[in-house]
Write a protein that binds this ligand. Structure first.
Ligand SMILES: NC(=O)c1ccc[n+]([C@@H]2O[C@H](COP(=O)([O-])OP(=O)(O)OC[C@H]3O[C@@H](n4cnc5c(N)ncnc54)[C@H](O)[C@@H]3O)[C@@H](O)[C@H]2O)c1
Ligand SMILES: [Zn+2]
Length: 674
């Protein structure tokens, strides 16, 4: 291949990656690999400017799609197109200190100075997706994604589900665009992926894709459930405002109620900016959200204006990317766990190794195809890194170091626990043990049923449950309610005191809200949020059992795939039998959802001590009835709701003369005010 052919094939290849990344939120290569391709492309273009084609990714922002593709996209997109008032651009990259130095040299050249150190505002480059929020006469009017920089997608309804975005601004120009980055914290990303792995939803590659995929949802209530956040850092134009530097702008944004990132810092000259960058690399493991680098911006706006833009990026800013740390280690083993849906989950067991500030000894391998594509052999030396700064993943095998005689890993044909033959889902690469009596599945199902978010039976430890399941004393969640003192005392290390406590918790769990029971049943796709939706819609479990598939599909926010899954799971004879047994044991089947009311409007509550219901449920109920629930007692607190063993908050209430009530008094209060 000639160099020019290589150039054109790079243009094509990168365009394809852009499409997958920006339009489908589903990249097939890592950002580091992508950046390497871009660097190669750039250096070819520097040597041969005459080769540059207009569709080159260096000349465009975003997916660089032509008109026909744009039409096709918009036709498919559930979002209306919106034209930005001012173009949204990308950023050029620096990969080492000398790139940063060249950046300052170029500024000197363009501004006609030489060797001068400029003032910069340095910020974190949050790895999310950019958003443009438009205020007309101070009123939030629409919000759009970057799109191709000129036209983006209207995601107003979705954006409004994110807390902390001002709806109204005072004393601002008639037209104002406020720009920032929508992102997902690492914690929320892990929670979402764990839920998706378990319930069978989309598993995202990294927090950026998760944020993009969550914001671009047809159904804004799905976006609302994803806990997105946003940091603002720019305006479309600062005309008509008394801000003259990026530093002042960040302050202006904060003063007007916009969330900004706390890590920004002033720097003088490229070397101070480089020092900030090094500091941030050290801090990176502590960021609640992943950042993929720092952004160095010329501070003064008059200089920014002089410097201007290239076709895709400002000349006054540069993204200094964090190094991607890779480590080598040895694949010791591949463990296969069987989840509660019967899904076989392969896990790589690695020689522990440090990557980006933490020790990695395990990595998920997703499914059979993932292992095949990597061509994993036990004993292989593998390269690992952290996707999105969080999830350790195996990137590739170092084939040269493969031990002699190593054989490719064979995915099991039978369940590693019950030895029942497994079946592969024809739609994806997942493999399932379909034996309904598989002890591993029973164990996982019961574990799910008793965990904190479901029936919350904390006294049942994993070891205890394991013994109960393995000895055949407990095979389904209903069996929990048949446990008695004699059975429990046969469990190793289970004394009378703990057994009594456990039996009491099991008894208490019978009164949990219906949504927790529905969640606990472990229906595919039904997490805590969907369970709540279902509880809101039906007066009791029987009404849900009798609901037709159409009725379920019509529940706003539930989604057809979920409705279908609920319907079919609840028709299953085994599920019916289980539910009847639970009814027999007297579990609560009634919806505890009162319609949202005003009974407690204007009152502030603090909850303390242990109550008959999980505190979170009580809090939600108070809020549904209009109350505000806060964490600490002040003079503004109207009531302290105290359960057993209430401590310092109770003392504080007495000191301040705040009324203290118990659960019974709360019911009276609600009844009086309704
Ligand atoms: N893996 C893939 O297939 C693939 C494909 C395309 C792009 N990518 C990744 O995306 C990058 C290019 O994407 P891009 O054009 O969106 O640019 P970018 O993400 O490198 O930088 C520009 C963006 O940074 C964001 N940003 C975050 N914090 C900011 C701050 N404080 N100030 C200003 N901007 C801030 C803004 O959204 C802005 O649009 C590549 O370097 C690569 O890492 C990967
Ligand atoms: Zn099995």
């Amino acid at each position: 291949m000639s160099n020019q052919e290589r150039y054109l094939s790079l243009v094509n290849e990168i365009q394809e990656h852009n499409r997958r990344y920006y339009l489908e939120d589903n990249p097939s290569v890592s950002d580091a690999e992508y950046d390497l391709l871009m660097r190669e492309l750039r250096s070819l273009e520097e040597q041969h400017p005459e080769w540059i084609v207009p569709e080159s990714p260096t000349q465009n922002v975003g997916a660089d799609i032509d008109d026909a593709q744009q039409d096709a996209l918009l036709a498919r997109s559930p979002f209306a197109p919106i034209q930005h008032l001012h173009r949204m651009t990308s950023l050029d990259n620096a990969f080492d200190d000398s790139d940063l130095q060249s950046f300052e040299d170029r500024i000197n050249r363009v501004l006609g100075t030489s060797g001068q150190s400029y003032d910069y505002t340095c910020e974190l480059k949050i790895d999310g997706l950019s958003i443009n929020v438009y205020y007309h006469n101070g009123q939030l009017t629409w919000a759009a994604t970057r799109g191709n920089g000129v036209i983006g997608e209207d995601v107003t309804a979705n954006l409004l589900t994110i807390p902390g975005i001002p709806r109204k601004l005072e004393g601002v120009p008639e037209h104002l665009e406020v720009r920032g980055e929508v992102f997902m914290t690492k914690e929320e990303f892990l929670r979402l992926n764990a839920e998706a792995e378990e319930l069978g939803g989309t598993v995202f590659k990294n927090p950026r894709n998760a944020a993009a995929g969550s914001l671009r949802q047809k159904d804004a209530s799905v976006t609302a459930s994803r806990k997105l956040q946003v940091n603002f850092y720019a305006l479309g134009s600062t005309e008509g405002l008394a801000v003259h530097t990026q530093g002042e702008l960040l302050k202006w944004l904060q003063d007007h109620g916009f969330q900004t990132n706390p890590y920004s810092k002033h720097a003088r000259g490229w070397s101070e900016a480089a020092a900030y960058h090094r500091e941030m690399i050290q801090e990176r493991p502590n960021f609640p959200v992943d950042a993929d680098g720092t952004v160095v911006k010329v501070d003064r706006f008059d200089l920014q204006n002089e410097l201007g833009f290239t076709s895709r990026a400002p000349r006054w800013a540069i993204a200094y990317k964090f190094p991607v740390e890779e480590a080598r280690t040895v694949l010791q083993d591949i463990q296969i766990n069987v989840g509660r849906t019967g899904k076989l989950a392969p896990l790589a067991v690695l020689d522990p190794v440090d990557v980006e500030g933490s020790t990695v000894a395990r990595a998920t391998l997703h499914n059979e195809d993932f292992i095949k594509d990597l061509d994993l052999h036990l004993g292989d030396t593998v390269v690992i890194r952290k996707a999105g700064g969080v999830i350790p993943e195996i990137v590739r095998v170092v084939k040269e170091l493969r031990p002699e005689g190593a054989v490719p890993f064979q995915f099991p044909k039978e369940c590693p626990v019950c030895h029942h033959p497994v079946t592969r889902d024809p739609e994806n690469a997942d493999t399932y043990c379909v034996n309904p009596e598989c002890p591993s599945q029973s164990y996982q199902r019961i574990l799910h049923f008793i965990h904190k978010g479901a029936m919350d039976i904390a006294g049942m430890g994993e070891k205890t449950l394991e013994q109960l399941v393995n000895s055949g004393r407990v095979t389904s969640v209903a069996d929990l309610y048949a446990l008695n003192m004699d059975t429990l005392l046969q469990i190793e290390r289970m004394g009378e005191k703990n057994a009594t406590k456990l039996l009491q918790q099991i008894e208490e769990s019978k009164t949990r809200p219906l949504s927790r029971l529905i969640f606990g049943l472990g229906i595919r796709y039904v997490g805590a949020r969907n369970a709540e939706l279902l509880e809101k819609h039906f007066p009791d479990l029987d009404a849900l059992l009798n609901a037709s598939e159409v009725t379920l599909c019509n529940i706003p926010g539930l989604g057809d795939r979920i409705a279908e899954s609920v319907y079919h799971s609840l028709q299953d004879p085994n599920m019916r039998e289980l539910i009847e047994r639970l009814r027999g044991y007297g579990l609560n089947f009634k919806s505890t959802f009162e319609a949202a009311g005003e009974e407690l409007a204007g009152l502030t509550f603090v909850i303390t001590g242990s109550l008959s219901q999980p505190r979170d449920d009580v809090k939600k109920r108070l809020e549904r009835l209009g109350a505000r629930v806060t964490g600490s007692v002040t003079k503004k607190t109207d009531y302290v709701l105290a359960g057993e063993d209430a401590g310092s908050k109770l003392e504080k209430a007495t000191q301040l003369g705040v009324k203290v009530i118990d659960e019974a008094a709360l019911e009276t209060l609600i009844a009086q005010r309704s």
